[in-house]
Write a protein that binds this ligand. Structure first.
Ligand SMILES: Nc1ncnc2c1ncn2[C@@H]1O[C@H](COP(=O)(O)OP(=O)(O)OP(=O)(O)O)[C@@H](O)[C@H]1O
Ligand SMILES: Nc1nc2c(ncn2[C@@H]2O[C@H](COP(=O)(O)O)[C@@H](O)[C@H]2O)c(=O)[nH]1
Length: 208
């Protein structure tokens, strides 16, 4: 029997660094395959974003048709655009034993928790408001107006931090990455997973 993949959610105010942390985590050597789920969105691509890699970029009509088809595991409206996680895609990854990471907002996290109670949820916090603003500005991808909206939304995202299993403060990047790696490894070391992975060893240990 193979161990099914683990599902992880990373939520944070925009600009706190969750995409950077997931990218660095996935670049590390790992005993299990890890993938980040590619969401659908109606937001316009940012410079350098590739369709199918960063997001599946769709029109509002296409997104609404996918909602009608029950194609989404969860979906939400964030900053006036729709975002959603494809159910078929993550089910296939988990069944193949791949650990899947969802970079979604608190509304999506609430929906996934109801459907998949074993999910591990992680809140990534910026060290301060000033630093969050600096990161949004230094990314150089959004207008001042959009940055203002994201800063206003950050308070609402942060107000949900107590709903998460773990909190990682992304002040020093390498420390935050080490914390995230520890959380992932903790999940893999749980008895439920180890019992399946080492089934034959336990059978032999318990044999007469
Ligand atoms: N610990 C850190 N110290 C300094 N800068 C950081 C740190 N972590 C990430 N950054 C920088 O902050 C900016 C925002 O990071 P990133 O794009 O990963 O955020 P995000 O939370 O994924 O945002 P969004 O939800 O909008 O996609 C990037 O320019 C990134 O290089
Ligand atoms: N509920 C969902 N939220 C999602 C999904 N994909 C991304 N997001 C969140 O949206 C904001 C903005 O993202 P950006 O790429 O436009 O900066 C951020 O908080 C993401 O976590 C999703 O599928 N579902």
């Amino acid at each position: 029997m193979s161990v099914p993949g683990n599902l992880f959610i990373l939520s944070a105010p925009s600009g706190a660094g969750k995409s950077s942390l997931i990218k660095a985590l996935l670049a590390q050597p790992s005993e299990r395959a890890m993938q980040v789920s590619v969401s659908h969105t109606t937001r316009a691509p940012r410079p350098g974003e590739v369709n199918g890699e960063h997001y599946h970029f769709v029109s509002v009509d296409e997104f609404k048709a996918l909602i009608e088809d029950n194609a989404f595991y969860e979906w939400a409206e964030v900053f006036g655009n729709y975002y959603g996680t494809s159910e078929a895609a993550i089910d296939a990854q988990l069944q193949q034993g791949i650990d899947v990471f969802l970079d979604i907002d608190w509304q999506g996290a609430q929906q996934v928790r109801l459907r998949h109670p074993q999910v591990t949820t992680i809140f990534i916090s910026p060290p301060s408001k000033d630093e969050l603003l600096k990161r949004l500005q230094s990314r150089g991808q959004d207008s001042d107006e959009v940055i203002g909206e994201r800063m206003a939304q950050a308070k609402s995202e942060c107000s949900h931090f107590e709903e998460f299993d773990y909190i990682v403060v992304n002040d020093d990047f390498e420390t935050a990455l080490a914390d995230l790696t520890t959380i992932v490894n903790n999940q893999r070391l749980k008895r439920s997973q180890q019992a399946i992975k080492h089934q034959q060893m336990f059978q032999k240990l318990l044999a007469d």
